[in-house]
Write a protein that binds this ligand. Structure first.
Ligand code: HEC
Ligand code: HEC
Length: 281
């Protein structure tokens, strides 16, 4: 039996009997002693079943929390340094680098707090989409793999420019139908365990499942360095893992379904701060 299968059986049992609740802790997150992170906020109006939203950071152990409080301790920041190099490195048939057109990466400040967003083509764009559009259409370079290291480190570099800014993802106008689709997915029960995202992250956050303290499944910390996987992971990689834990077939990273789910989940975090790249267990 795979470990995640065991874990899930435990999760299902724990959820049905409702034991071992533990609230998020009261710790405050200030990165490098200067970037203040809002880890708790009133739930946005459209999140009907929660009063307060919390960053997943508040559910982690003191040891894991500490890794995110200082860039020297955050294992993701070493990777971000690699992305700084890649940012200035020409690639593709046009022999251009990101820096050739975008100047300093600081010009992306604020962008991550609004993603994903609908583009002029009417499609929903994540950070990975925006980066790959530049690679394929503007640099004549190969697209990066969704969850590969070059993509997620570049995403982390761009996201880190928005640390401390409030998540403010729009779901009006052209984004609305994607948002509705994502919302429906969030409340759909998947797999043999018949568990929806909401069953775990809305109804049961705070629950201790063995050593795992269940959070609200927020995404303001992505791309996130997962200690268990020893790498930066994408939101879609996390969604995939969570759905697989319900013993369901899952959607692919980069699928339209996961884009829609990403949008919906992001709007559940409106009001928290961007803290990516975060660190989780
Ligand atoms: C040949 C010029 C060019 C190159 C090279 C280039 N970009 Fe772009 N990029 C653009 C243009 C033009 C846009 C669309 C207009 C805009 O938003 O700035 C854009 C948009 C973006 C956006 C979305 C910005 C937004 O506000 O929606 C991101 C993110 C981005 N580029 C990242 C990158 C990265 C990372 C690289 C290197 C891997 C790169 N770009 C290389 C020209 C370029
Ligand atoms: C069986 C319960 C369960 C289900 C169902 C589930 N998750 Fe999770 N999820 C977890 C656990 C356990 C973790 C790791 C601890 C934590 O951060 O909550 C996690 C972590 C996450 C995280 C990372 C949070 C962070 O702070 O980095 C996200 C995002 C997430 N889940 C989203 C989802 C979405 C979206 C769905 C529905 C497709 C889903 N989960 C379904 C149990 C579940």
């Amino acid at each position: 039996m795979r470990k995640s299968t065991l874990f899930c059986a435990a999760a299902a049992a724990a959820i049905s009997s409702g034991w071992a609740m533990a609230d998020p802790d009261d710790d405050e997150l200030v990165i490098n002693g200067e970037i203040e992170i809002v880890t708790e906020a009133p739930a946005p109006e459209h999140v009907e079943n929660l009063d307060t939203i919390y960053s997943g950071w508040r559910f982690r152990t003191d040891e894991t929390q500490a890794l995110e409080m200082d860039d020297f301790d955050n294992p993701a920041m070493v990777l971000v340094d690699k992305a700084v190099d890649a940012y200035g490195m020409p690639d593709g048939t046009e022999a251009k680098s990101c820096a050739s057109c975008h100047d300093d990466v600081e010009t992306f400040t604020g962008l991550a707090a609004t993603l994903p967003k609908v583009g002029e083509d009417g499609k929903l764009h994540t950070i990975e989409d925006l980066i790959n559009t530049c690679r394929t259409e503007r640099m004549g370079a190969e697209p990066w793999k969704w969850s590969g290291e070059p993509m997620q480190t570049m995403a982390a570099l761009i996201v880190s420019q928005s640390r401390g800014l409030p998540v403010n993802v729009s779901f009006d106008g052209p984004a609305r139908s994607f948002w509705e689709q994502g919302k429906e997915m969030y409340y759909t029960r998947y797999g043999q365990l018949e568990l929806s995202c909401a069953n775990c992250h809305e109804d049961s956050f705070g629950l201790m499942i063995r050593a795992d303290h269940l959070s609200q499944g927020q995404t303001n910390d992505f791309p996130v360095y997962r200690l268990k996987q020893a790498k930066l992971i994408s939101k879609h990689n996390r969604f995939k893992g969570c759905i697989r834990d319900t013993r369901a077939e899952t959607f692919a990273e980069g699928s339209d379904e996961f884009r829609a789910l990403e949008l919906y989940v992001a709007t559940r975090g409106n009001g928290l701060s961007i803290e990516g790249p975060g660190v989780r267990q």
